[in-house]
Design a protein around this ligand. Structure first.
Ligand code: 4AD
Ligand code: MG
Length: 430
């Protein structure tokens, strides 16, 4: 019976054939242990000299790392294996013999691994991270579809910029200038007026000169946008969404979390509600904690965010940032016009801001005034202003960075391992 490693549990004590690669191998005179992988999982194949043809045992002893093969064997339930099964090999048929595979079981430097990202993805740890990413994507769709949202695809090539103009990738669009999307938000707002509650989910691009463990040049963002939803209600949806993701990963990705050595108590703690503090209060707390490098009006840096999240041991919303720190479209607070109705969700363990969101200005004149105050070209935003001209309603939305969330839930150090082929400040290949 031809099957995959993920499916072997259905065939205990039966003979199966699996297309696989050799992840690793060790052998003695009488027995060979093949660490097999097929993309769906990992399993150990045991080849006993006394039980197979001489040729097969010879193949098992000489087969090289990353060679591809069809392996036939009897599935055994095995408690010692993290996967629960082992294969007693009866036959091996090499498809392609690999030579000099560059990634060996010894330690390699990050640059070397990044240069070989196309191969590094095959490793157990990278496989686990990609599976967790996949679960987060699936759970995102599940969550928003269950809540009645409609998926809206925003364009990648755009003629205007929602998050400011300094970090834009510019390209030619026939005779016009175009920009790679930094955010699907403005289109999501149009979608929310047509469909009520929508979310976009696509690649976004920022020419940021930041070389940190949290920054990618190309990253994927999930951007829900909701009509008739004000600031507070948006925060409730955000905390439910993030809790849903964490609990889904805990439930569905046990093997992967084990491979990564993730402290699962940290994921168990990600349960709504999350604490909310204002920027003013956060600043007070930082001063109490001895940070003297920051004053009202400054943005929080990584050490500040980490200290704030550590204080609560849960993701924390920081709300009501100074207006000067945020983009043009955010609704001013009702009682103060120097702060806006926004929130950043800061993850614990140093993962930083995973969500940025706000209530949006829905008054036509105020929005027009803010576009001008930010020196943005009014013509490019005329369609966006139209949304305030014809049945404008209060609405809110947010953007969750997929890679930061994957890195956080997986417990990996750097966002570069949370996407198949990361685009970083100095890396466009492979
Ligand atoms: O806070 P940001 O810039 O918000 C927006 O783009 C809004 N338009 C979203 C909205 O309201 N619809 O980005 C949102 C999130 C951040 O919290 C972070 O998780 C992620 O996107 N992000 C990045 N992730 C990786 N690398 C980068 N360079 C990122 N910049 C932002
Ligand atoms: Mg932000």
């Amino acid at each position: 019976m031809k099957t995959t490693i993920a499916q072997v549990g259905k065939y205990v004590d039966k003979e199966v054939t699996i297309g696989a690669w050799i992840a690793n191998k060790r052998s003695s005179g009488k027995i060979a242990f093949l660490q097999l992988r097929d993309g769906t999982g990992f399993i150990q194949g045991v080849v006993v000299k006394a039980e197979v043809d001489e040729e097969i045992f010879k193949t098992a002893k000489t087969i090289t790392q990353e060679s591809s093969l069809y392996v036939t064997g009897v599935v055994r339930a095995d408690d010692r294996s993290p996967f629960g099964y082992e294969l007693t090999v009866t036959n091996l048929a090499i498809i392609h013999a690999s030579t000099d595979y560059p990634i060996t079981p010894k330690e390699h430097g990050t640059e070397f691994l990044m240069d070989h990202r196309h191969l590094w993805l095959r490793s157990k740890k990278q496989h686990a991270v990609m599976k967790i990413r996949n679960q987060i994507i699936k759970s995102t769709y599940d969550f928003f579809f269950e809540q009645g949202f409609t998926k809206l695809d925003s364009p990648i090539l755009t003629g205007s910029s929602p998050e400011g103009t300094s970090e834009l990738f510019q390209t030619k669009y026939f005779d016009e200038d175009a920009y790679l999307s930094q955010s699907g938000q403005l289109y999501a707002e149009a979608g929310a007026m047509a469909l009520g509650r929508v979310f976009t989910f696509g690649p976004t691009f920022r020419a940021e000169k930041s070389k940190t463990r949290r920054h990618l040049i190309e990253f994927w963002m999930i951007e829900p946008e909701m009509s008739f939803v004000e600031h507070e209600e948006s925060l409730e949806i955000q905390e439910q969404y993030v809790s849903y993701l964490a609990q889904a990963v805990l439930k569905e990705c046990q093997l992967e979390l084990t491979v990564l050595g993730r402290d699962q108590s940290k994921l168990e703690a990600i349960q709504a509600p999350f604490p909310r503090i204002t920027y003013d209060k956060a600043l007070e707390l930082l001063l109490e904690k001895g940070f003297d490098d920051i004053k009202w009006g400054d943005d929080f840096g990584a050490p500040h965010e980490t200290a704030l999240a550590e204080h609560y041991e849960k993701p924390v919303f920081i709300t009501h940032y100074p207006k000067s720190l945020k983009p043009f479209y955010m609704q001013p607070a009702p009682d103060r016009d120097d702060v806006v109705l926004c929130a950043d969700l800061i993850a614990p363990e140093g993962y930083g801001e995973v969500i940025g969101g706000s209530e949006r200005i829905h008054d036509y004149d105020l929005l027009k005034q803010e576009i001008a105050a930010h020196n943005l070209p009014l013509e490019a935003y005329q369609w966006y202003l139209d949304l305030r001209k014809y049945g404008s309603v209060p609405h809110s939305g947010f953007g969750l960075g997929l890679e930061r969330t994957v890195a956080w839930l997986s417990g990996i150090e750097h966002v570069r391992e949370s996407i198949g082929f990361p685009r970083l400040l100095n890396r466009l290949h492979p």
